[in-house]
Write a new protein. Structure first.
Length: 208
């Protein structure tokens, strides 16, 4: 688990994202997470050793306890992603959810990870391999009424963003290319979340 802590520290040092964190409030959160008073020292423990133990057992709790400090850094990129997703689906967030379900089933196919981004963007693979899903399954997993899902699926098939094979639906290269800004927003969100957690992991848990 020590190597995990080192990984977080190294990533955080590269990103420089510690500027996102209110350090005084973070130290208080870390101390509470460790069950101590802020500013107290654990006898016989170095800062690095105590922090590694905390990371190994309480990283999720630390994130939860630090939520008031990091909330803006979690919510802002999520809001950006949702707004962008809605815009690219003509203001229809449910349509994006339909696409997302089919997209997830696409990425779960064993062949998908073997493609390069250039191959996926080229248009040579018009319909991506996928595990397949249908309107009934999408309705069940999202809670969107089945008739609504069917209507949105029909619109997406007509637009060329989904392909239908019997009852099964598959993601297309046209959708992959058209949704590139949304995908890039997902990538930025992943990096931002990593940086925020890396900053938490990098900050010493014990202060003098």
């Amino acid at each position: 688990m020590g190597s995990l802590a080192g990984c977080f520290r190294a990533a955080g040092a590269v990103s420089g994202q510690s500027r996102y964190i209110d350090r005084s409030r973070l130290r208080t959160s870390q101390a509470r997470c460790a069950g101590r008073q802020p500013g107290s020292v654990i006898p016989g423990h170095s800062m690095r050793t105590s922090w590694r133990g905390l990371l190994g057992t309480s990283l999720i709790r630390l994130v939860e306890d630090s939520y008031p400090v990091i909330a803006k850094d979690l919510l802002n990129p999520l809001l950006e992603l949702l707004l962008l997703s809605r815009d690219y689906c003509s203001g229809d967030i449910d349509k994006f959810l339909v696409l997302l379900v089919v997209g997830v089933r696409t990425t779960e196919h064993q062949q998908f990870a073997g493609f390069t981004k250039a191959e996926l963007m080229s248009g040579d693979i018009e319909v991506f391999p996928g595990l397949g899903t249908n309107a009934r399954s999408i309705a069940a997993s999202t809670g969107i009424p089945k008739e609504t899902v069917r209507r949105k699926v029909a619109e997406l098939v007509e637009a060329g963003w989904l392909a239908r094979d019997g009852h099964n639906l598959y993601f297309t290269s046209r959708a992959f290319v058209a949704l590139a800004p949304v995908r890039e927003s997902v990538e930025r969100l992943a990096v931002r979340y990593h940086d925020v957690v890396a900053a938490l992991a990098r900050e010493p848990a014990v202060t003098g």
